[in-house]
Design a protein around this ligand. Sequence first.
Ligand code: G6P
Ligand code: ZN
Length: 566
Amino acid sequence: MSNNSEFKRTTVQTTPHSGQKPGTSGLRKKVKVFQQKHYTENFIQATLSAMPGGCEGKTLVVGGDGRFFSPEATQIILRLAAGNGVSHIIIGQDSILSTPAVSALIRSKKADGGILLTASHNPGGPNNDFGIKFNISNGGPAPEEVTNKIYKITEDIKEYHEVDLPDLDLSKTGEFTHGPLKITIVDPVSNYLSLLQSIFDFDAIKEWLHNTNPKPTVLFDALNGVTGPYGRAIFVDTLGLDEKSIQNCTPSPDFGGGHPDPNLTYAHTLVEAVEKNNILFGAASDGDGDRNMIYGKGAFVTPSDSVAIIADWAEKCIPYFKSGVKGLARSMPTSGAIDIVAKKRGLEVFEVPTGWKFFGNLMDAGRLSICGEESFGTGSDHIREKDGVWAIVAWLQILAAANKEKPGSDINDVLMMHWKKYGRSFFSRYDYEECESAGAEKMMAHLRELFESSGFVGSDLSATSSSASFKVASADDFSYTDPIDGSVSSKQGLYIKFEDGSRIIFRLSGTGSSGATIRLYVEKYSQDESEYGKDAQDGLKPLIEVALKVSKLQEFTGRDKPDVIT
Ligand code: G6P
Ligand code: ZN
């Protein structure tokens, strides 16, 4: 192999592309936008330049969900990393790595950061989305000061540095030299799998799966996203289940033309198969593997209940938590089910704005172990991203333990057991996608005005189709002061709390790519056992009516029904 001096760094003149501002989860745009001349190069140069402590001599992890344009982007990263003096790049084979696996690799290899090629659950392919996200050395998404710096650099970038390297063969694992770079191409699964093996008791899960009569049936659906190989390694290779226990497990650059988002609408391949084949345990995850949905025959587990249940069982059955759970947390719109667990167990619980990044500081400070969001994100301090496969294995562990206590327990039984112990938080989210931005903003302004008007707190809001009415206890725009660094995040969602403990919340999505997406969240807490078996939509009907009436949503947006209900 040649030595470094033979590889000439060149400086390429460029001009800025507007709008390269990373959102909460990196820069997400249409593939065609990334394919423009110098577009990807500019953003990568800005990312390398903005790296805390600079990028020279550093080690980076690179990989993603395998979506269209990932191989090309990986080669660009290699050329620019070489040009900017990065010393070592760890890449997933074929540039595949789930988001949790990148976070785990950064931490276990003590890398200085990572570049993730993903647009999460957004559809992929030549006419859909691509994304680039930067994570820092704790394995978590870059904080705002770093992403703001990236953006600032992109706004007046004049040149980027590269070494003109041929494309590297990404299909073989091993150690390589690529120009001045040391390259390690790793199997995408093995490091992550050993992490999970150090967290969970796989033998207990196997025992339940293989020595129970009748045998529990399992179906994992990767929705053609990145978790296919992880699902195969866990369900088939480790737990010894049949090939039939996994589906859509080959990552595809366009996710098979689907929308790789695990919810009742987009994960219909899973829901249908579970219902048709009476599957006891079904689960799906999203394009890049950080989200999850748990769904058994006739039993949808809301993400809010899921995290509360994991928190409740963790110490008892998950070895990683045997020495104690430090604290719990949820995002503001997520139901209060986890708060109730925290209270009964004497644990600290945090309510943070929407976005996984808010959990990182609490974890780094040793105050948070398990957390979740209603948006199908669940995780713990084993890494600094939410982790779909981790949540799925946690549920298998819980079911194995529940079956020791009460043989034959399924997801419905675990849910019912939880509600009987803690009460049930009925929860639902209505999404109105691609609304006209002006109308959505007006609706939010109308609510803000109403909240400030005298007499709103204390007033009774009534449903249209029943006599139900709710007395307003408080109404405000959610604001959060980070207990670790004191930073303040304001305007994080409008909430109305009622005297009976119910809530309605309005937020504009921070992840949509066109127009405005309005999210309406409704929650009602019940300790009436006769209600526990009810469908959430029935239990919440009067509150939803109140929410639509008070917000004048239809008047402002012209929408008479949501696009997605979860
Ligand atoms: C991403 C983040 C999550 C967050 C979600 C909110 O998935 O990783 O932490 O909950 O976006 O999305 P929204 O569209 O509601 O802003
Ligand atoms: Zn995701």
